[in-house]
Each structure stands twice: as C-alpha cells, then as structure tokens.
Design a protein around this ligand. Structure first.
Ligand code: B4P
Length: 190
C-alpha cells in the first residue's frame, strides 16, 4: 500500500496537491476538512455541533475526527493506498492513525510537509474567500487557524521526523512544480 500524509498550515496547498496525487496514483483521498464540511452541509446533528467550532478556526475534537477516519478506512478495505489530507492535526490523532493502520498491517510511508510563509498563506486564503466564500476564511479566523497550527499541529511533524518519514517541500511556486517535487520526495518521479 502507498499511504501518504500531506501536511502543512492552512492554505499550504494540501487539498490542491491531494487532487493531483489521487489522479496520479489511484489513491483514496481522506480529507477531514471535506468530511466535516459535508456533515455541515447535510445538516446532521454532528454538522450542527461542529459548525461554530470550524467557523471560529478551532479544531474539532480528536474523538470525532478519529472515528470518521476509522470508518473510512473500513469502507475502503483493499484500497491501493490513501492520501491523508488535513489529518492528523494533533499528536493524539497521529498516534491513533498509527494504530488504526497497524490494524490493517500497513503504515504511513511518507509525510510531505508543504512549507509556505505566513504572508502568502493569508493572501491565498483571503483570495479563496472572495472566490468560494468559505465561512472560516475571514482575516481573524485565518490568523487563529495559523496560530493553532503552530501550537497544536506542528508537533505532529516531529512525531514523524523521529520515525524518519518527514519530507519538507517548498509550497511556493506553480502547482505543477510543487507536484513534481512531491513525486521526487516519495520516489515516484519518472
Ligand atoms: P481544511 O479543510 O483541512 O482546510 P485548510 O487547512 O484551509 O486546507 P485546504 O486543503 O482547504 O487548503 P489548501 O491548502 O489546499 O480544514 C478546515 C477546518 O476543518 C479546520 O480549521 C478545522 O476546524 C477542521 N478540521 C479539519 N481537519 C481536522 C482535524 N483533523 N482535526 C480537527 N479539526 C479539523 O489551499 C488553500 C488555497 O491556496 C486554495 O485557494 C488554493 O487554490 C490555493 N493554492 C494552492 N496551491 C497554490 C499555489 N501553489 N500557489 C498559489 N495558490 C495556491
């Protein structure tokens, strides 16, 4: 199996590069952000609970997202591999993912960290706000999401660096150039 984790601050290009990796390698895309937005859109009880949390730029509870990922792994038993996008976002989530995957005799092979400086992140997300109107792309919420990333999510990079799995890539440049660097980092470039 080829299991890749795309990691980086909000606006680094995780969703964008995930799309390219899915098409390039036939992987199943697991984005907790997309799953949570789908719950909101469907107006489920869970969707109502998480709405305010997401709009405030805070993290949804570990229990909720770990359960969602566990269900998706079960649904896609036999897949050639997964691309994890926006999950794990805390060390608790990372440890849970490691043990979930161990239950299927597999593991994360590559963790790709997309590095983008803060000014560019804010610029991209404000642009997306104009184009897509996402309710968490407001100036105050963007700053909150970046702060939470630094405090709660960056330690996840150390978790995988200790295991020798972390690959750092600049997320500045064209989408194609960055994709080429990811392919090199995961050893899949022609
Ligand atoms: P996500 O959906 O993961 O949102 P994100 O961090 O903003 O990343 P996204 O994938 O959308 O953006 P991308 O960088 O691709 O999470 C949203 C919220 O859900 C979180 O704040 C949290 O509340 C909750 N949540 C999700 N997962 C969770 C978890 N595991 N635990 C707890 N809570 C969780 O792209 C951004 C923009 O940049 C796009 O407009 C794109 O077009 C542009 N872009 C991409 N590449 C570019 C490039 N090379 N150059 C210029 N622009 C580029």
């Amino acid at each position: 199996m080829l299991n890749i984790l795309l990691f980086g601050p909000p606006g680094a290009g995780k969703g964008t590069q995930s799309e390219k990796l899915i098409h390039g390698h036939g992987l199943i895309h697991l984005s907790t952000g997309d799953m949570l937005r789908a719950e909101r859109k469907a107006g489920t009880e869970l969707g109502k609970q998480i709405q305010a949390i997401m709009d405030a730029g805070k993290l949804v509870s570990d229990d909720i997202v770990i359960k969602m990922i566990g269900q998706k792994l079960k649904e896609h038993t036999g897949a050639v591999g997964f691309i994890f996008d926006g999950f794990p976002r805390t060390v608790v989530q990372a440890e849970a993912l490691d043990s979930l995957l161990a239950g299927y005799n597999t593991q994360i092979e590559h963790v790709v960290l997309l590095e983008v400086h803060e000014q560019e992140l804010v610029h991209r997300l404000l642009k997306r706000a104009q184009e897509e109107g996402r309710t968490d792309d407001t100036p105050a919420t963007i700053q909150k999401r970046i702060d939470i990333y630094k405090r709660e999510t960056l330690p996840v990079a150390d978790h995988y660096e200790k295991k020798g799995k972390l690959r750092r890539i600049s997320g500045i440049g064209s989408v194609e150039e960055i994709y080429g660097q990811i392919e090199l980092a995961i050893g899949k470039a022609n």
